[in-house]
Design a protein around this ligand. Structure first.
Ligand code: GDP
Ligand code: IMO
Ligand code: MG
Length: 431
């Protein structure tokens, strides 16, 4: 048996959903451990595309248990809509396939209102570019011990009491500070009571379930959302999300001890993208950046925003290798580079005239860094049809070997298109 954590090794949207879908074949359980519907994980099966925001990306495989761990923040309306969409497509025939931990924190209307109003009011460097889904404010209240959990939501009196208790302070802030309309407690209680009725059947305990299944010898997949550089502690603070996106989050976010984690696979594009604000040393604000965006169809799966694009950044990736204890690297979107004559890899930064090999821990310092590149020849051919590493063009193989050398992490999977069959596995983390 093995447990494998999948993390984004960059700033999100690396193709985690696709890789989790591929690896689910070898696992019995798939668990999300942090984030919420700020995530957009895309799965392409045949010609059918599915974008998941909350439900683990293993859900298209019948009979595989999908678990939403305590570390996730849950918008009930989005979650129920996602269930309905999946059922309409013929998936999730058996509701017992899906379990949500009772300790997940519920995204309330005030969290969304505050998130959106704050972002609207922010100017210049204060803008974060949040997805506006209420993620930050929900985690603030969780840490501030004034959150509402799923286990509260399903108990009507407790839920109503908490709404009555917390709303006055939220309305004061919304009205007096942000200049927004106040919210109505009774409307909220009525709306959420309807969600609670449907949600109760999915209620469970992620920690008990996962630990029992580990003892029973299951293979387990943990699905990270966002990316390592968006981690609230180790990312480019304050231009980050509000959760622990790193592999360590899999433990606190599900109630599984660190000694049960066997492998950590970081997902990375063959180049880099970022949505939202914050420093991005290898960003390309030119025709090449536009070409990557167009060829890679780099538009957000959640908000539709154009993603910022740039060359592969080995300095940033090495940071992700270290902070996650990464054991393997999955490189996606190799096909997007097919036409390029020359590909650039950033191997170090220049910061105020000094060469930096390690990622600065301060976003302000990072914003002053410029990339030092090594140029490698592109393969200038179509990769489709390649079923093994050996079938890739020699220059594509050399690019991947170069990425291993500059990141210090072995490549275990290569993705050459969005579909399941456009995947090459070099080493299976489940053995
Ligand atoms: P996630 O948030 O990490 O799951 O990634 P997203 O789903 O937000 O974004 C990745 C996008 O790239 C999706 O549209 C995928 O269908 C697509 N994708 C994944 N792997 C590949 C690949 O190897 N090549 C191409 N062209 N697209 C890919
Ligand atoms: P997946 O799981 C890319 C970014 C937002 C913003 C910052 C904070 O699909 O990779 P938040 O709404 O979390 O408070 O926004 O984080 N962000 C993502 N960027 N992919 C994601 O998820 C993201 N989730 C949040 O753009 O810059
Ligand atoms: Mg995404």
């Amino acid at each position: 048996m093995a447990t494998v954590v999948i993390v984004g090794a960059q700033w999100g949207d690396e193709g985690k959903g696709k890789v989790v879908d591929i690896y689910t074949e070898y696992a019995q359980d798939v668990a999300r451990y942090q984030g919420g519907n700020n995530a957009g994980h895309t799965l392409v099966v045949g010609n059918e595309k599915t974008v998941l925001h909350l439900i683990p990306s293993g859900i298209l495989h019948e009979g595989k248990r999908c678990i939403i761990g305590n570390g996730v923040v849950l918008d009930p309306k989005v979650f129920l809509q996602e269930i309905d969409n999946l059922k309409a497509k013929g998936y999730l025939k058996d509701d017992s396939q899906l379990v949500v931990d009772g300790n997940v924190h519920i995204i309330m209307p005030w969290h969304k209102a505050i998130d959106i109003a704050r972002e609207k009011a922010a100017t210049g460097a204060r803008k974060i570019g949040t997805t506006g889904r209420g993620i930050g404010p929900t985690y603030e209240d969780k840490i501030g011990r004034r959150g509402i959990r799923l286990s509260d939501l399903v108990r009507p009196e407790i839920f109503a009491r908490k709404v009555e208790e917390f709303l006055p302070e939220k309305n004061f802030f919304l009205e007096k500070f942000l200049g927004e309309a106040p919210l109505d407690a009774q409307e909220i209680v009525a709306e959420y009571a309807a969600y609670a009725q449907r949600l109760v059947r999915y209620l469970g305990c992620a920690s008990t379930l996962l630990n029992e299944n580990i003892a029973a010898g299951h293979n387990i997949l943990f699905e990270g959302a966002q990316g390592s550089l968006l981690d609230v502690d180790h990312g480019t603070y304050p231009y980050v999300t509000s959760s622990s996106t790193l592999a360590g989050g899999a433990c606190t976010g599900t109630g599984v001890g660190p000694r049960f984690i066997d492998a950590v696979i970081g997902i990375s594009k063959a180049y880099v993208t970022r949505v939202g604000e914050g420093p991005f040393p290898t960003e390309l604000n030119d025709a090449m950046g536009e070409q990557l965006r167009r060829t890679g169809q780099e538009f957000g799966a959640t908000t539709g925003r154009p993603r910022r694009t740039g060359w592969f950044d080995a300095v940033a990736l090495r940071e992700a290798v270290r902070t996650n204890g990464m054991t393997g690297l999955a490189i996606t979107k190799m096909d997007v580079l097919n036409e390029l004559e020359t590909i650039r890899i950033c191997t170090a930064y220049d910061c105020d005239g000094k060469r930096l090999e390690t990622f600065p821990r301060d976003a302000e310092v990072l914003s002053r860094c410029t990339p030092i590149y090594e140029d490698v020849p592109g393969w200038q051919s179509d990769l489709s049809g390649a079923k093994s590493f050996a079938e890739l063009p020699a220059k594509a193989q050399a690019y991947l070997r170069k990425l291993e050398a500059v990141t210090g992490c072995p490549v275990v999977l290569v993705s050459i298109g969005p579909r399941r069959d456009e995947t090459i596995q070099l080493l299976n983390p489940f053995g």
